[in-house]
Design a protein around this ligand. Sequence first.
Ligand SMILES: [Zn+2]
Length: 243
Amino acid sequence: MDTIIFKYSPDFMTTHNLTEYARYITGIDDITVELADKKLCKNPYVDLVNKIIYLPKTDYFDNLDIDIFRITKAYLCHECAHLMYQEEKCIIPEEWRNDFLILRKIENTIEDLRIENLLGNEHKELRDDFKFLIEYLWKEQYAIPPLDNDTVMGHGRFGDFSYDLLGSLYWLLQKRYRRAELIPPSGCNNLLPFKTIKGIDKLFENEFVPVLDIFINTKISSWETAVKMLNILKKNYPEIFEA
Ligand SMILES: [Zn+2]
């Protein structure tokens, strides 16, 4: 198949062109892309069974700058990667049920890293786009006031668990596997979560990296890996999990 270049221009943003690009990236001929009303589709997602990628339409008309094109490309390719590499079904064993919410957050994060890494190996030019997207999303998330230094409940990607602990882990994961620098907007520097969790960077190098290096480049179950990660966290930060 010929190389199809993603064009940073408004007239590229049609279902036809985006579908052609998704077909080129995935090599899957019956994949389609749909632009959905933002009220119905807040975030991009993929229907794995019917191979349809939904992108929120309003973005293309609200603010047509270079960042939006790039974010669109990264989102589209991210959903393509789910289609290419993600297992369709996952059965959660009974003994994991109590920790389901936290496991799902960890699982989502590492699965996203894994699929982007696998696609980035096939299309090296996409690596910078994924990195750009995560840095953009981090800034957006950090820009939500108010934050304070205590454990923030109900905020951000990790929701109702220790924001500091999982925020630290998230930061270290992106830094290592996406080489992204996640810098909070000015004025929020004292709120970096990883500064408040003692020893998390050493623990990351010594215990998480060996588990993750294997996971990232293979088709090992992301749930099993998430369970391993949660067990490491529980062993090292029991006070956070007992709370
Ligand atoms: Zn994803």
